[in-house]
Design a protein around this ligand. Structure first.
Ligand SMILES: [Zn+2]
Length: 107
C-alpha cells in the first residue's frame, strides 16, 4: 500500500491506539516514512474494533462461574489479561469493591 500524498510504500509498525477511553497496546498499523502519518488497513481496523469491543465497559463479557479443583472459578478473557499485562503465575489481590463488584488487582 502506498501513501497517496508522498507516493512511497507504507511501512508496517506497532503502535498504541486510544478509542472510547480504551488504550490498545501493540496495534498493527502502517506508517508513511516521509510524512509519519499512521493509517490502518481495513483488516487492521477490523481487528482493532474487535479488541475494543472486548475491553469497552459498555460491552461486557459474560462468564459463568465454573468449578475447577473443587473451587469456584472464572476464566479471564485473553484480551483483558493481555491488556492488563498480567501473567500466568503472577499474584493478584482479589477483593470486594461493593456487594456486586469483585476487583482483581495486580500486586
Ligand atoms: Zn505520506
Amino acid at each position: 500500500m502506498k501513501c497517496p500524498e508522498h507516493r512511497v510504500e507504507y511501512q508496517p509498525v506497532r503502535t498504541s491506539y486510544e478509542q472510547l477511553g480504551v488504550i490498545l497496546k501493540d496495534v498493527e498499523a502502517l506508517r508513511c516514512p516521509v510524512g509519519g502519518e499512521v493509517v490502518f488497513t481495513l483488516e487492521q481496523a477490523e481487528r482493532m474494533r474487535e479488541r475494543i469491543a472486548v475491553l469497552s465497559p459498555r460491552l461486557k463479557l459474560r462468564r459463568k462461574i465454573t468449578r475447577a479443583a473443587g473451587k469456584p472459578s472464572i476464566y479471564l478473557p485473553e484480551e483483558i489479561v493481555k491488556q492488563s499485562g498480567l501473567r500466568i503465575g503472577q499474584e493478584v489481590s482479589v477483593y470486594l469493591a461493593d456487594k456486586k463488584r469483585i476487583v482483581i488487582e495486580a500486586t
